[in-house]
Design a protein around this ligand. Structure first.
Ligand code: DGY
Length: 321
C-alpha cells in the first residue's frame, strides 16, 4: 500500500500511527494542537485515500464532497457517529467506520466515577480543601445522597448502559431501564424495562446512554426533569444534546433535583456558564474513554478500519443509517 496515504485530523496515540505505518501507508498528521476548522478540513481531505478523524470533526456533506472521489473512508476514533452525514457518505461511495466495544468498560467506569462524585459532592468538597477553607470535620458538612440500595435508571441499554448496570450489582441497587426494544443482556442482570416517565419518576440515579439522533435530541426536557425525584441525580456521559441544558440549569438552581454529573455538552467545548455557577454539578471535559489503553486501542481500530477499506476488505465497524 506504499502509494496510499491517510490524513489524521488530530493527534492519536502512537499505536494508531504505528498500525498505519506498519501497513505501508503514508501518514500525514495535522500538526496543530486543535481540530481543523471546516474550511481547513475541506482543503485537506481530498488529497488522501483515507482519513482518521474524531468526534470533534463535523464530517458533513461539504467535507465528504471535498474528499471524493479520491478519499474512500473516514474512520472515527469514537463509538459515537453523530458527527457523520451517513446519507451523504453513502451517496458518494465513502465508507464510514467507528470504534464500538473497545471503550465500553472505560466509559462505564467513568459514568460510575461521575455518579459517585456527584452523589457525594466530591467536586465541591475538594474545592473547599484546595482553597484552604476547610475548618475541620463537621457533622453537617457535605451531606450527599446514598448510593447503595437505591434505584438506578438506565436510559439506553446498549453496550455502555448495560456495563453501567452491571456495576450496580456491587451496590445492591435495583436497576430500571428504558429502550425501544427489550434488551436481553441487561434483563439477565435483573433490570426491569419501563417507560421513560416511570423511570424518571422512580429512579434515584438516572444515567443517559443513548446515541444522539433526531429522536434523542433533548430527550430529557424540562417536563421530564420535573418528574424526577427531588433527591435524584442525573448523569450524562452520552452526548450533551440529549439533555435540554437550559432547562436543567433552572431545575438545578431551584434544587428541584439533587445534582447532575456531566462529561458531555451540547456545544463542546462550551460549558453552560449556568452550570459553572452551580455547586451541585460535577463537570468533566468529555473523558469517558480517556484511559491510555482504551484510547490506544481505539486509534488502532480506526487505523485497522482504514487499512481494510483501502485493501478492498470489509472493515470491522461500518456505520450505516
Ligand atoms: C465516543 O467514542 O463517542 C466518546 O464520546 C469518546 O470516546
Amino acid at each position: 500500500m506504499s502509494s496510499l496515504s491517510v490524513y489524521v485530523t488530530r493527534a492519536i496515540p502512537e499505536a494508531g500511527i504505528a498500525a498505519l505505518v506498519g501497513a505501508g501507508v503514508r501518514v500525514r498528521l495535522n500538526p496543530l494542537a486543535r481540530s481543523l476548522r471546516p474550511e481547513e478540513l475541506r482543503e485537506e481531505v481530498g488529497r488522501y485515500d483515507g482519513v482518521v478523524c474524531h468526534l470533534t470533526d463535523r464530517i458533513d456533506e461539504t467535507v465528504l464532497t471535498a474528499a471524493a472521489p479520491r478519499c474512500k473512508v473516514f474512520a472515527n476514533c469514537a463509538v459515537g457517529t453523530d458527527n457523520f452525514d451517513v446519507a451523504a457518505a453513502a451517496q458518494l461511495g465513502i465508507t464510514l467506520t467507528n470504534t464500538p466495544d473497545v471503550l465500553t468498560e472505560a466509559t462505564a467506569d467513568l459514568a460510575w466515577a461521575l455518579l459517585m462524585a456527584t452523589a457525594r459532592r466530591l467536586g465541591e468538597a475538594e474545592r473547599v480543601v484546595r482553597a484552604g477553607a476547610w475548618r475541620g470535620w463537621g457533622m453537617l458538612d457535605f451531606l450527599g445522597v446514598d448510593i447503595h440500595g437505591k434505584t438506578l435508571g438506565i436510559v439506553g441499554a446498549g453496550r455502555i448502559g448495560t456495563a453501567v448496570a452491571r456495576r450496580a450489582g456491587g451496590f445492591s441497587m435495583k436497576v430500571l431501564y428504558c429502550d425501544r426494544e427489550p434488551m436481553a443482556e441487561i434483563e439477565a442482570l435483573g433490570a426491569r424495562r419501563v417507560g421513560l416517565v416511570e423511570l424518571l419518576e422512580t429512579s434515584d440515579f438516572v444515567s443517559l446512554h443513548t446515541p444522539l439522533t433526531e429522536e434523542t435530541r433533548h430527550l430529557l426536557d424540562e417536563n421530564g426533569m420535573r418528574r424526577m425525584k427531588r433527591e435524584a441525580v442525573l448523569i450524562n456521559t452520552a452526548r450533551g444534546a440529549v439533555v435540554d441544558q437550559t432547562a436543567l440549569a433552572e431545575v438545578l438552581r431551584e434544587g428541584r433535583i439533587a445534582g447532575a454529573g456531566f462529561d458531555v455538552y451540547e456545544n463542546e467545548p462550551l460549558v453552560p456558564p449556568d452550570f459553572l455557577a452551580l455547586e451541585n454539578v460535577v463537570l468533566l471535559p468529555h473523558i469517558g474513554s480517556a484511559t491510555l489503553a482504551t484510547r490506544s486501542r481505539m486509534a488502532e481500530i480506526a487505523a485497522e478500519n482504514v487499512i481494510a477499506v483501502l485493501r478492498g476488505e470489509p472493515p470491522m465497524n461500518v456505520v450505516t443509517e
